[in-house]
Ligand binder design. Structure first.
Ligand SMILES: NC(=O)c1ccc[n+]([C@@H]2O[C@H](COP(=O)([O-])OP(=O)(O)OC[C@H]3O[C@@H](n4cnc5c(N)ncnc54)[C@H](O)[C@@H]3O)[C@@H](O)[C@H]2O)c1
Length: 254
C-alpha cells in the first residue's frame, strides 16, 4: 500500500463503505491515519467494520444510511459534521446492480430504482456534503463509475450503464464548478472486482468468460480500486480534476 501521510487526520466520508470497493477504501483511509465515516445501508456491516478498525487503534464510525433517501443522507452528513466538525474527502461508492437486464426487460420502477441508487444518490450526497467542504480551500471528491460506462465489451444492464456514464458527466461538471474552491472531483472506472455482490451476480462460467476477455486474465481485488481512490485523494493528484482513472486489467482502453 502506498503511504500518504497527508491523509492523516483528514475526515473522509465513504458511502457504501462497509463492503466491496467501499469497504476496502474505508480500511485503507483508516490505515493512512484518516478518520472514516462509513455510510452504508447495511448498518451492521458498517458497525462491524468500524469496530474492527477501531480495535486496531484506527479511527472509524458507522452511520447507517440509505443513500437513495435525501432525509437519511442529510441526517448522516449532519451527524458526521457534528462529530468531526468538517468533511475533507467524499467518496461515493454505494451503487451496483443485481440482475443483467436488457431494455425490454426493464420496467419503469426498476429503471428508477437503479438510477436513484447509482446516479441520484451521488447528487444527494454531494448536495449534502459540499457545503461543509467549501470555504476551506481544499477538498477531494471521488466518484465510482465503472468500466461498463467506458465501453467494456460485455453485456451489462442498460439502467446501470446509463447511470455510471452519467457519473462521468457529473464528475466533469462538478470539477469545473468546484475547482475555484480548491476541491478536485475525479472518478474511478473499475473493471470487475471481487465483492459480495459480484460473487452473487456472476456464475463460474461468466467469471471464466470475463477472465478470458481481460488481457490480465483475472478478476481484480477490491483493494486495487481503493488504491485508485486514495491516489485521487492524495498529494500525488493535486493538479488532476475532472479525470477518469480506468483500472480494468486492459479490458477496455477508452
Ligand atoms: N465490484 C465490481 O466488479 C465493480 C465494477 C465496477 C464498478 N463497481 C462499483 O463499485 C461500487 C461498489 O461495488 P462493489 O461490488 O465493490 O460492492 P458491493 O455492491 O458488494 O457492496 C457495496 C456496499 O454498498 C452498500 N449499499 C448498497 N446500496 C446502498 C444504499 N442504497 N445506501 C447505502 N449503502 C448501500 C452495500 O450495503 C455494501 O456494503 C458500486 O458503485 C459499483 O457499481 C463495482
Amino acid at each position: 500500500m502506498a503511504e500518504y501521510p497527508e491523509l492523516r487526520g483528514k475526515v473522509v466520508v465513504v458511502t457504501g463503505g462497509a463492503a466491496g470497493i467501499g469497504g476496502a477504501a474505508s480500511a485503507q483511509f483508516a490505515r493512512q491515519g484518516a478518520t472514516v465515516a462509513i455510510l452504508d445501508r447495511d448498518g451492521q456491516a458498517a458497525q462491524d467494520l468500524a469496530v474492527s478498525l477501531t480495535t486496531e487503534g484506527l479511527h472509524a464510525q458507522a452511520f447507517r444510511t440509505d443513500v437513495t433517501s435525501r432525509t437519511e443522507v442529510e441526517r448522516a452528513i449532519g451527524e458526521v459534521v457534528l462529530a468531526y466538525g468538517q468533511i475533507d474527502i467524499l467518496v461515493t461508492t454505494a451503487g451496483g446492480f443485481w440482475y443483467r437486464r436488457t431494455l425490454l426487460e426493464i420496467d419503469e420502477e426498476e429503471w428508477d430504482a437503479i438510477v436513484d441508487l447509482n446516479l441520484k444518490s451521488v447528487y444527494l450526497t454531494c448536495h449534502a456534503a459540499v457545503p461543509h467542504m467549501l470555504g476551506r480551500g481544499w477538498g477531494r471528491i471521488v466518484l465510482v463509475s465503472s468500466w461498463l460506462a467506458r465501453g467494456a465489451p460485455v453485456h451489462a444492464s442498460l439502467h446501470y450503464v446509463a447511470s455510471k456514464a452519467g457519473l462521468i458527466g457529473m464528475t466533469r461538471q462538478l470539477a469545473r464548478e468546484l475547482a475555484p474552491n480548491g476541491i478536485t472531483v475525479n472518478a474511478t472506472a473499475p473493471g470487475v472486482a471481487w465483492s459480495p455482490r459480484i460473487r452473487q451476480l456472476y456464475d463460474d462460467t461468466t467469471i471464466a468468460n470475463l477472465e478470458q476477455l481481460i488481457p490480465q486474465h483475472r478478476i481484480s481485488e477490491a483493494s486495487e480500486h481503493a488504491d485508485s481512490i486514495l491516489f485521487f485523494a492524495s498529494n500525488a493528484a493535486t493538479f488532476i480534476t475532472g479525470a477518469v482513472l480506468d483500472a480494468n486489467g486492459g479490458g477496455v482502453m477508452p
